[in-house]
Write a protein that binds this ligand. Structure first.
Ligand code: HEC
Length: 304
């Protein structure tokens, strides 16, 4: 009896300990697992899954237009993982990527001296860090995005902040993304505390909240709608959606940050996007990045 009691109490204290030592991402891990399961099922065979996932698509399109048997890591290239025609065009463009010289310009910014003699390199001694952002800062109790961290570094050194959507910010991030991909690092987002868990939950809520007169949420298009055609593109999946930024968009004719792309999506919904350095944007990114945990960083990339 006594040994049984002892065993029980050792067991409960162990469970208690593990919860405190890192159980704050239990829900997030579960969410991610479900998401992977959903996308693998959906794109296992779109034609055979027509009734469940693609009731409004034609048989012909489902038979010929989609790749089959996709697994978790395949989703890292967004809609090109399943959109067959678009993938061919994408691969052709990637042979001479239009962002190549931007990576070099970004590298120059990395070591360019501030007026005080320091540089971005002083703030970010290792450039292979894209997979660790956004992170939860346990000192200030807030989520910090890569874009915000770069601007904080500039400000702390009495330099002017950069535009968060394009130009130097996008080029510098292209260099960081390239360095991270070269180092073969994956998305690696941590949820270290209860407060971090709450931030994750708020980001998730934003993602699933319906807005505007069409009552659309990010999830309507990028989970349930993923694979559906909108105008001449297939919608990309939340899974792996942000592992490849910044992107050079043919439509922009330039390189842009993740915030630039997302703000476009939110404006298309008829909404005012949250500011790029706001808590709302940071927490939304935190949720999205966690969903891609474990997937390789492969930015910068190119999009239509
Ligand atoms: C009405 C549908 C719709 C809604 C709602 C929507 N998007 Fe999009 N989104 C698109 C389309 C269309 C594209 C371009 C095709 C693609 O890559 O998905 C896109 C692209 C993106 C991309 C770029 C993907 C890539 O691989 O380059 C991101 C990131 C994104 N959306 C995030 C969001 C977020 C976050 C929300 C919610 C705040 C949202 N979207 C809401 C339609 C939508």
């Amino acid at each position: 009896m006594l040994t049984r009691l002892l065993k029980a109490s050792v067991f409960t204290s162990l469970a208690f300990f593990s919860l405190n030592a890192g159980g704050f991402d239990a829900q997030a891990q579960k969410d991610k697992k479900e998401l992977v399961k959903y996308f693998e099922a959906k794109f296992q065979n779109p034609y055979e899954n027509k009734n469940r996932f693609f009731p409004y698509s034609t048989d012909e399109e489902l038979k010929d237009g989609y790749a089959k048997g996709l697994k978790h890591m395949d989703f890292g290239i967004g809609s090109y993982s399943y959109a067959k025609d678009a993938k061919q065009q994408y691969e052709a463009i990637k042979e001479f990527p239009p962002y190549e010289d931007k990576i070099e310009e970004g590298e120059e910014l990395y070591t360019k001296k501030f007026a005080n003699g320091k540089s971005l390199k002083t703030c970010f001694p290792n450039p292979a860090i894209v997979g660790e952002y956004p992170y939860f800062d346990t000192k200030t109790q807030e989520v910090i995005s890569l874009t915000t961290a770069i601007n904080k570094c500039l400000e702390a050194n009495n330099e002017k902040k950069w535009n968060t959507k394009k130009g130097q910010m996008a080029k510098f991030q292209a260099f960081l993304a390239y360095s991270t991909a070269e180092a073969e690092k994956n998305m690696d987002i941590k949820i270290p505390t209860k407060k971090a868990q709450e931030a994750y939950e708020r980001g998730k809520e934003y993602y699933y909240t319906q807005r505007g007169y069409l009552k659309l949420s990010c999830a309507t298009c990028h989970i349930q709608g993923a694979g559906q055609r909108v105008r001449n593109e297939k919608l990309s999946p939340l899974l792996g959606q942000i592992t490849h930024f910044p992107v050079y968009r043919l439509k922009w004719g330039s390189l842009g940050t993740l915030e630039r792309r997302m703000s476009g999506c939110i404006k298309d919904q008829g909404q005012v996007p949250p500011k790029d350095d706001s808590k709302k944007m940071h927490e939304l990114l935190y949720f999205m990045a966690y969903m891609s945990n474990g997937m390789p960083i492969d930015g910068p990339d190119v999009r239509k």
